[in-house]
Design a protein around this ligand. Structure first.
Ligand code: GAR
Length: 216
């Protein structure tokens, strides 16, 4: 089995990176870690990568004259590592249209809301402010618009009456750690295709009852 080579872009804590590292540690997982690229030199995510023996590349964005120069350096690092799929995992930089187009349908992102709701910053607080009963996370292909693109996987969690944004974020994060490896596995198995900007998944089980909240 040839495994899909992953390039993970990070800026911070790296818990989603860890979920991918853990998934890829299973030889039966159809993707492997090729490189972790960070724009933040002291990102804890880089330690996680080093600990797992994965190649890392640090590119502090301030060292570059323009966004295009920075993105070109990222692109070079990914190409040299033979990356087949780019995974944004808490990568807090907007990417230039040229870079996004170059990785069309080969770059995915995870966002802690049920997109298209609550794009941008503080999506957990946005969910609390809206009074929704459920929220979750979304893994999607990246397009040239913030937190937009064909949806691959979503996971749903309850929003509880006394949730703070931090508590809700933790509950969503646990769902992220399941959703991201699932999305990567589906792509690596060749079961995902984009048709008219919607994702079709081959051979998936869609059975699920309604999740009614609140229950009495
Ligand atoms: C995650 O919750 C991820 O969904 C979010 O940043 C966090 C990174 O955590 N990403 C975004 O909000 C992107 N719009 P991690 O570094 O522990 O994976």
């Amino acid at each position: 089995m040839t495994r899909l080579r992953l390039g993970v872009l990070v800026s911070g804590r790296g818990s989603n990176l860890q979920a991918l590292i853990d998934a890829a540690a299973d030889p039966a997982f159809p993707a492997e870690m090729a490189i972790v690229v960070s724009n933040v030199a002291d990102a804890p995510a880089l330690d996680r990568a080093r600990q797992a023996g994965i190649a890392t590349c640090t590119l502090p964005h301030r060292d570059f004259a323009s966004r295009a120069d920075f993105d070109a350096a990222v692109d070079r690092a990914l190409a040299e590592a033979g990356v087949g799929l780019v995974c944004l995992a808490g990568f807090m930089r907007l990417l230039t249209p040229g870079f996004v187009d170059r990785w069309h349908d080969r770059m995915v992102n995870i966002h802690p809301s049920l997109l298209p709701a609550f794009k941008g910053l503080h999506p957990q607080q946005q969910a609390l402010d809206a009074g929704v009963r459920v929220s979750g996370c979304t893994v999607h292909f990246v397009r040239n618009a913030m937190d937009a693109g064909p949806i691959i996987v979503q996971a749903v969690v309850a929003v509880l009456p006394h949730d703070s944004a931090d508590i809700l974020a933790d509950r969503i994060l646990a769902a992220e750690h399941a959703a991201y490896p699932l999305a990567v596995r589906l792509i690596a198995e060749g079961r995902v295709r984009v048709e008219a900007e919607r994702v079709v998944v081959e051979g998936a089980d869609w059975s699920a009852g309604p999740l009614l909240l609140p229950r009495t």
